[in-house]
Design a protein around this ligand. Structure first.
Ligand code: FES
Length: 104
């Protein structure tokens, strides 16, 4: 799997979301409510809003535009109206003081 980006753990430790370049849609990286890392394509499956501008609630990220909830582990939309849609997820693992994001 090819490496896409490295994000310092200290940058996301407070719940911040980080957007890393990976054209065409970039990737949003952060920690879920239990401190587990995630990486998703940074484009909401509804109309493409940047999920990096949303917020994490437990095991979902909430889109800032229309509040669809997207599961962090699977990328699947949990909100009823969007069921069946999803956004791509990336592999992400801690390595030292960084999170390493790789294509699946
Ligand atoms: S663009 Fe994300 S819910 Fe509409």
């Amino acid at each position: 799997m090819s490496e896409i980006a490295r994000v310092k753990l200290a940058v996301v430790a407070d719940g911040s979301l980080v957007r890393v370049k990976h054209p065409p849609y970039d990737v949003v990286v952060g920690l879920d409510g239990q401190g587990r890392p995630f990486a998703l394509e940074d484009a909401c499956p509804h109309s493409g809003a940047s999920l990096a501008k949303g917020c994490v609630r437990g095991d979902v990220i909430v889109c800032p535009s229309h509040e669809w909830e997207i599961e962090l582990a699977s990328g699947e939309v949990r909100t009823a109206v969007g069921r069946g849609r999803s956004c791509p997820v990336y592999a992400v693992e801690p390595e030292g003081d960084e999170l390493v994001v790789r294509a699946r």
